[in-house]
Design a protein around this ligand. Structure first.
Ligand code: PEP
Ligand code: MG
Length: 530
């Protein structure tokens, strides 16, 4: 019990669910360091902490899959590099304690990376921050065991590695003052069913103790009154009951209450995502986001080919729609994207790929080669005008010719486009020759409503059920039906039980949802009478 009035913070729900537990700060490691008696002990503490952090990363690598392992391999290499610790060891020699010497040394290093004009190096600063904090957690005794089971991890943002090493089996959740619902951690949280709220603002630092996370409404409540706790428990129980009754729908084909079949696909990011999905529960992959492959630098053709082939083979002949890299916006890619004042309206998606044919052609070749291993469809993100589609299509044809000349086995997949820029949804007749349309409701909503998808203060405006957005979705569905072009939807709305009735009423019959939302999506479809 407490006698403080409750504090309710509003943010953006990035992964649905409920959690109640102690708030565990991700960013307070330094405060609790107890300095040692001698310089030799400080040095021993730092060297030991680096060794322990390396061992922990190595252990994580052994358990990690696919791209997650690549992120960790880079960190292990950094930790093994003696030059990283040299300035800190020198500062300890001058009388500084291990924690502040390490923090200062790494902060300098991070500032250098951040100041670099090169995106690749700028993005590496996130890895360095992760390394800095990992060693600090060991130094301050905050490593692993200090995170109580079922805790709500709170901070400005959370590193993917921190997410991967946390044991979520006892519940818990994530509450971030900043963060983005489109980040890779948010995708990991959604696919593993970990509740997460982002954009809670600086007031997050005012909360402490037991908190209530409502990652359906996007709130975090501190100093809760007994009535808040009762309400939260009831909402959590209703959510859990809905989730478990939805589970019964997972193995069945998706059908509305009146028997209309609906194709239910899954969205994947990391190719390893498919390992946890039973292919018989879905109709294929509606969207494979390839940005994850690019998040540690530019992947070569072989790496991409293997990743696409893995998903195609997993699908056992069911269609797999792979999207060419949608870098830019809120998804910077080291060595590829450029710094921009307004990145959501800038050089993003197909615009960026067309401006860097050297990078785009590598992906095109990998896709053409992988196509022989299943039923591949390829789509382009952020198409605004028909010439972008025509240019990308021409590049596919050129690369196919080049592969033929080399005698390399390949196949031309059907080429479609994302409908996420309003110009396409308003005037789809410019795209009568595409193989298919896939509506990106996340971006379509943010551009129609002029409300950024990662800005908590305009979250209420970022509403896919607004009549303006639904009208465009209906018009695209009608246009596709009239021209015989299939129209699916792969934005988050496709897995949202509250929005699914609107989408089906608008005429859509193909939806793609994140794996964790597939059962609930099928249950929601079953409740719709058309
Ligand atoms: C979308 O915009 O709805 C979409 C599916 O693409 P992303 O979320 O990756 O931008
Ligand atoms: Mg999009």
């Amino acid at each position: 019990m407490n006698d403080r009035p409750p504090i309710v913070l509003n943010g953006i729900a990035a992964s649905p669910g409920f959690a109640a537990g102690p708030l565990c700060r991700l960013d307070t490691a330094l405060a609790s360091y107890a300095p040692k008696a001698t310089r030799a002990e400080e040095i021993e503490a730092l060297v030991g902490a680096i060794a322990a952090a390396s061992a922990a990363v190595a252990e994580l690598i052994a358990r990690a899959d696919g791209e997650s392992a690549d992120i960790l391999e880079f960190q292990l290499a950094m930790l093994a590099d003696d030059s990283l610790a040299e300035p800190a060891l020198a500062a300890i020699g001058q009388g500084e304690d291990a924690a502040s010497a390490w923090t200062r040394a790494l902060d300098n290093e991070i500032a250098g990376y951040e100041a670099s004009g090169d995106d690749y190096f700028r993005a590496r600063s996130a890895d360095l921050t992760d390394i800095r904090d990992r060693v600090l957690r060991v130094l301050t005794g905050a490593e692993s065991g200090a995170v109580p089971a079922g805790a709500i991890l709170a901070g400005e943002d959370i590193a993917p590695t921190r997410f991967l090493e946390t044991d979520w089996s006892a519940g818990g959740g994530i509450a971030l003052s900043a963060g983005s619902s489109a980040s890779h951690v948010a995708m990991l949280a959604r696919s593993r069913g970990v509740p997460m709220v982002v954009g809670l603002g600086d007031a997050l630092s005012a909360l402490a103790g037991e908190v209530l996370l409502d990652a359906k409404a996007g709130t975090l409540t501190g100093f809760a009154a007994p009535a808040d706790i009762v309400r939260h428990r009831a909402a959590a129980a209703a959510f859990a009951a809905a989730r478990s009754s939805a589970a019964a729908y997972l193995s069945k084909p998706a059908r509305t209450a009146d028997g209309t079949p609906v194709l239910a696909y899954v969205n994947v990011a990391d190719p390893s995502d498919v390992e946890a999905i039973d292919v018989t529960t879905c109709d294929g992959v509606g969207l494979m986001r390839t940005e994850f492959l690019f998040s540690r630098g530019l992947p070569d053709e072989e790496t991409q080919y293997r990743a696409y082939r893995k998903v195609l083979e997993w699908a056992q002949g069911k269609p797999v729609t792979i999207r060419t890299v949608d870098a830019g916006g809120d998804k910077p890619v080291p060595g590829f994207t450029v710094a921009e004042g307004n990145p959501f309206l800038g050089l993003r998606g197909i615009r960026l790929s067309l401006s860097r044919p050297d990078i785009f052609r590598v992906q095109i070749r990998a896709l053409l080669r992988a196509a022989v291993h299943g039923t591949l469809k390829v789509m382009f993100p952020m198409i605004a005008v028909a010439s972008e589609y025509e240019r990308a299509k021409a590049m596919f044809a050129e690369e196919a010719l080049a592969l033929s000349a080399l005698g390399t086995v390949h196949r031309m997949p059907p080429l479609g486009i994302m409908v996420e820029v309003p110009s396409v949804a308003i005037a789809p007749e410019a795209f009568s020759d595409v193989a298919f349309f896939s509506i990106g409701s996340n971006d379509l909503t943010q551009y129609v409503m002029a409300a950024a998808r990662d800005n908590a203060s305009v979250a209420a405006l970022n509403d896919t059920s607004h009549p303006a957005v639904l009208r465009l979705i209906r018009e695209v569905a009608d246009f596709g039906a009239a021209r015989g072009i299939s129209v699916s939807l792969c934005g988050d709305a496709g897995g949202d039980p509250a929005l699914i009735p609107h989408l089906l009423e608008a005429g859509l019959r193909e939806l793609s949802a994140s794996p964790a939302q597939l059962a609930a999506a099928k249950a929601a479809i079953a409740g719709v009478m058309l």
